[in-house]
Design a protein around this ligand. Sequence first.
Ligand code: ADP
Ligand code: MG
Length: 140
Amino acid sequence: MATERTLSIIKPDATKRNLTGKINAKFEDAGLRIVAQKRIHLTPAQAGKFYEVHAERPFYGELCEFMASGPVVVQVLEGEGAIAKNREVMGATDPSKADAGTVRAEFATSMGENSVHGSDAPETAAEEIAYFFSGLELVG
Ligand code: ADP
Ligand code: MG
C-alpha cells in the first residue's frame, strides 16, 4: 500500500462543540499524519464549489448553508492508504450506521451534520487538496 494524502474537513457542527482536538487524536491514533491544517470560514459560494458534485442532490442547498454556518478546519492527512484509512476512522455518512469508535458514531448529530468530510478516491483527493492548499503549505 502506497503513502497517500487525503483532504479532511472538520465541519462546523464539530468546531462549534470544540471537538477539533478529539477528532485529530483519532486521526493520529490511526497512524494518519496531519501535514497541513488551517481553520477557515467558507462562504456559501466556496462551499458550493467544493460540493459541486452534489449540485443535483436534494440536500445540496442545506449542505452548502451548513458548511458556511461556522468555522471549519481543513487539513491534509498523510499515511499508508490514507484515503481508505480516513474513511474508516470517519465512519458511515449516516451516523446511526457508523461503526462504534468512529468519529461519526461518537460525534455526528445527523446525516447532514456529520462532523467530518474525507476524500473518496485518489483523483478527488488531489483536486480537493489543491482547492484549499498550495504545495508550499504541505509539510510532510
Ligand atoms: P460522505 O461525506 O460520507 O462522503 P456524501 O459524499 O454522500 O457522503 O455526501 C456529502 C455530504 O452531504 C455528507 O457528508 C453529508 O454532510 C451530506 N449529506 C449526504 N446525504 C445527505 C442526506 N440524505 N441528507 C442531508 N445531508 C446529506
Ligand atoms: Mg463524499
